[in-house]
Design a protein around this ligand. Structure first.
Ligand code: PLP
Length: 395
């Protein structure tokens, strides 16, 4: 039922050693497994109303419960991933959609027109780390008596006019593995406390955490073109899946699109907490901004980004752009070792059905390129070359 940003798996056959491997998400450097703290933790990790979950989706579920949204109407964007909608539906919320432009902009006036006496909350996604008009939306929520939930799954470390995204709403949620090399992790905030919702007590299975940490580390070795890393990663993935099958349990890929109610009470893994403490957050934000600017300067003529400008304070998660030849581009880039995401091709079973044509355009055409902190000059040049070749090849 749900959709994930589909990413290209590495080709099964061993790629030639010189080929680039450019992963979509940050990779795990072996040094990050050491205990200790690298730098002070920033917002949201310092927020007094924070809670950690194994994935952000369970934080969304908990926020909806804490806000008492069962049976109540939530205004929700017509363009979305799917699992966040599953989380709200699982908490019993009733959904009413609002318009999202093909430029990923949302309009507070359009949202205001949709508010009725039934509406209890507004759910806003800061796409790819770029801010929604959150001050206007906060004001709207104040005036109309709505709870505001900020989905910052893409927006860790992003701010607008000096205030961090996620600090405006009554609730906010962050998905860590998109921005950081943790095998799991979601952070949820409630500005007025968690009512009587208990803290998640379980931890994810060690085998699952270890398998995904290993995969992130092998991705790192392959990205750095260490000898035999590509075949090791490919074999490791196959062995991991076989081990899960032999234990009678399902192998659950990272970034699984499913909302699993049995996991709602699960906290972030200890390994992810350890990896978190080793991050240099200021350096990550600086690098991501520089990488986005680098791609913008070299790709805007052939792959203009959906967000042209890079506003001060934005920590971009991806470089999103649109192409009518998305499938072909996807394949051409995968063949060159570039992992690329499709920006939510599948609609939800309960999603809008033709009423929001711009959201349909995005589901058909939007792609995202990596711009994460692991990409240095050589990787960025390979990425630019690969995109230019792929675009030329499909046009
Ligand atoms: C916009 C959005 N919100 C929420 C989520 C859920 O995050 P997680 O995978 O950590 O549960 C995702 C996941 O891709 C997402 O894209």
């Amino acid at each position: 039922m749900t959709a994930l940003a589909r990413t290209a798996e590495p080709a099964a056959a061993t790629p030639p050693r010189s080929r680039a491997w450019i992963p979509l998400f940050p990779t795990l450097w072996p040094s990050m497994m050491r205990p200790g703290t690298a730098a002070p933790m920033p917002f949201p990790f310092t927020d007094p109303g924070r809670r950690a979950f194994t994935f952000a989706r369970y934080g969304i579920f908990a926020i909806a419960q804490a806000l008492g949204l069962r049976g109540r109407e939530v205004l929700f964007p017509a363009f979305f991933h799917c699992v966040e909608l599953d989380a709200l539906l699982a908490a019993g919320a009733r959904i009413k959609f609002f318009h999202v432009g093909r430029d990923l902009q949302i309009d507070p006036d359009d949202i205001g027109r949709r508010v009725t006496s039934q509406t209890a909350a507004l759910y806003v996604i800061h796409y790819a780390g770029f801010p929604a008009p959150i001050r206007d939306l906060r004001q709207l929520c104040q005036e109309r008596g709505l709870a505001l939930i900020e989905d910052c799954a893409h927006a860790l470390l992003s701010s607008t006019a000096g205030e961090p995204l996620g600090s405006f709403g009554h609730g906010a949620v962050f998905s860590l593995p998109k921005s950081l090399p943790t095998p799991d992790g979601g952070v949820a905030l409630m500005s007025n406390g968690w009512a009587n919702i208990p803290d998640p007590r379980e931890r994810p299975a060690h085998s699952w955490v270890a398998a995904h940490a290993l995969s992130l580390m092998l991705s790192n070795l392959e990205m750095r073109k260490l000898p035999a890393a590509a075949p090791a990663r490919s074999i490791g993935l196959r062995m991991g899946k076989a081990a899960f099958r032999a234990s009678g349990r399902d192998y659950v890929p990272m970034g699984t699109p499913d909302f699993d109610l049995t996991q709602a009470n699960t906290n972030i893994s200890r390994l992810s907490q350890r990896i978190l403490a080793r991050q240099d957050f200021a350096a990550i934000a600086t690098r991501r901004r520089a990488n986005y600017a680098y791609l913008l300067a070299r790709l805007q003529d052939i792959a203009p980004p959906i967000f042209g400008e890079l506003p001060v304070g934005v920590c971009p998660l991806f470089y999103p752009f649109r192409s009518d030849r998305r499938e072909a581009l996807f394949g051409a880039l995968r063949d060159q070792g570039v992992e690329i995401g499709e920006f939510w091709p599948d609609n939800h079973f309960y999603g809008p059905n033709g009423e929001f044509p711009d959201a349909d355009v995005l589901r058909r055409t939007a792609l995202w390129l990596p711009c994460h902190q692991d990409l240095g000059a050589e990787a960025l040049d390979s990425l630019v070359d690969a995109v230019r070749r792929a675009v030329a090849g499909v046009s």
